[in-house]
Design a protein around this ligand. Structure first.
Ligand SMILES: [Fe+2]
Ligand SMILES: [Fe+2]
Length: 225
């Protein structure tokens, strides 16, 4: 919950808002203009003036945002095909979590003025197509896709966790906490896929390897473009 402190004397028609664990942000409104102060809003990214650190963190957030966007589109494609089956609630639950992950990264990108990858329109179509195509193989096909994608995303988050831990765990406490939480969600999705017969789809290992090669390529491209 935000704590609002009115400051009528200094800022006519203004308020100071305190999001949880954050620096106060001053928002001023008048009849003619809206002025947002330069005080930086809360973010899980630490403030930095080091261009190299900034570039690394921004690249991390860009690719994570792209990954969550792609994952969300995959589940949208699966729901489009399997939305009227008994599998819907399982897929919907995972999709809802991806939406939360995506919205957090969208917020971080916006707060830190990080541009998203230019490849989002491609991930929009490719993600949906992958989800829908895998679901056309049946529930097992959709789950095999889930296992492949979620394993790739978990490994990706694990490599980021390792890098941040090696760099400075105290400096990146909040970022690490968030990525670990998301990684755990992805591992749960992976296990859900296995529990729902992913491995019983014909050509499971081939399908999994092809999808994971695609995920690696998507990660590589989203970090750079
Ligand atoms: Fe996710
Ligand atoms: Fe996931």
């Amino acid at each position: 919950m935000q704590q609002i402190v009115k400051s009528p004397r200094l800022f006519h028609n203004c308020s100071l808002s305190f999001p949880p664990s954050s620096t106060p942000r001053r928002v001023c409104m008048s009849n003619t203009a809206v002025v947002v102060s330069s005080v930086r809003p809360y973010s899980v990214l630490p403030l930095t003036t080091d261009p190299e650190e900034k570039a690394i963190l921004h690249r991390m957030m860009r690719v994570d945002h792209a990954g969550e966007y792609g994952a969300s589109r995959i589940y949208a494609g699966q729901i489009a095909v399997l939305g009227r089956t008994q599998t819907r609630p399982v897929i919907q639950e995972m999709w809802d979590q991806e939406k939360k992950h995506l919205s957090k990264f969208t917020e971080i990108l916006s707060e830190n003025r990080v541009r998203p990858t230019a490849l989002l329109p491609l991930w929009n179509i490719a993600g949906f197509a992958l989800g829908a195509t895998s679901a056309l193989l049946g529930k097992e096909g959709a789950m095999a896709c889930t296992v492949a994608v979620e394993e790739s995303i978990s490994e990706h988050y694990n490599s980021q966790i390792r890098a941040l831990m090696e760099a400075d765990p105290d400096r990146y406490t909040e970022l690490l906490q968030m990525i670990k939480e998301f990684r755990d969600d992805e591992m749960e999705h992976h296990d859900t896929g296995l529990a729902h017969d992913a491995e019983s789809v014909p050509g499971y290992w081939l399908l999994k390897n092809v999808i994971q090669a695609g995920c690696k390529a998507a990660i590589y491209a989203s970090e750079r473009i």
